[in-house]
Ligand binder design. Structure first.
Ligand code: IPD
Ligand code: CA
Ligand code: CA
Length: 260
């Protein structure tokens, strides 16, 4: 299963790479910030036709075309191009993210960082890898010395879930905060020890499914903002190396006090 997921993630990545910097059509989704390009669609089509050919009874949940029920216990959760804004503006940070669930549990996850040609993958219980190299979260235990990453939803102008206040609080309490523009890559950088922690609100299951498993299998922790088990359908995510998780949870309580 993992090899097939890796294969199709790379194939989709090749389509994206070929399209990068060329002319492609762009449409707006919910507003002028929320884009979809013809390359997002092509990547998704390719992945979906592969699944229907190889695993005709598996279910599919894909960002651009919604869900397709299968009559099996398997569900593929797909972001065909994570980082569309970067892609559309010529910034080479974007990925393909594919997670496979069995009876609601993610059993394998693959994120292909297209331009760096890094294939991140994990299978439940078997660790996480970047290409064939094992990866692990880092062991920093001081939030003041941590480099964090986050992202902003397309409706950030409405400041959902105190996103702006929380961002300011993390800025004040860490060494630095980055915003890369691909949630799946953010998670892989936590898994490989580049970043110490990541949080975001208003995410979709295809943004988190594969990356969550990759962080966990690399020794990290992924929860919601209340330190409960993460439900990938529940929008918010906190992922860390484990050591700074508690401190990050405290900072996420910013909306309950203004002491930060
Ligand atoms: C987006 C990216 C971004 C995150 C947004 C997502 P898309 O996905 O992951 O980093 O901040 O919330 O929607 O639209 O490029 O697939
Ligand atoms: Ca996405
Ligand atoms: Ca996408």
């Amino acid at each position: 299963m993992l090899e097939k997921v890796q294969f199709i993630a790379k194939e989709a990545g090749n389509i994206i790479k070929e399209g990068f910097g060329k002319n492609f059509s762009i449409e707006f989704k919910t507003n002028e910030s929320n884009l979809v390009t013809e390359i997002d669609q092509k990547s998704e089509q390719l992945i979906k036709s592969f699944i229907t050919k190889e695993f005709p009874n598996h279910g599919i949940l894909a960002e651009e075309s919604g869900s397709m029920d299968g009559d099996s216990e398997y569900l593929w959760i797909i972001d065909p191009l994570d980082g569309t804004t970067n892609f559309a503006h010529g910034l080479p940070i974007f990925s393909v993210s594919i997670g496979v669930q069995k009876k609601g549990e993610t059993i394998c996850g693959v994120v292909f960082d297209v331009m760096r040609e890094c294939l991140y993958s994990a299978e439940l219980g078997s660790g996480s890898y970047c290409n064939s190299q094992k990866i692990n979260v880092n062991n920093n235990n001081n939030i003041k010395r941590s480099v964090l990453v986050t992202g902003f939803p397309y409706d950030i102008s409405e400041n959902p879930e105190f996103a702006i206040e929380r961002f300011a609080a993390f800025l004040r309490n860490s060494r630095a905060v980055r915003r890369l523009g691909s949630a799946a890559i953010d998670l892989c950088y936590v898994a490989s020890g580049v970043f110490d922690g990541y949080w975001e609100v208003s995410l979709q299951p295809w943004d988190m499914c594969a990356g969550k498993l990759i962080v966990e299998e690399a020794g990290g922790i992924v929860t919601n903002f209340k330190n409960e088990k993460l439900d990938i359908f529940s929008k918010q995510i906190l992922a860390s190396n484990g050591n700074i998780h508690k401190e990050m949870l405290e900072i996420l309580k910013i909306h309950e006090s203004d002491n930060y």
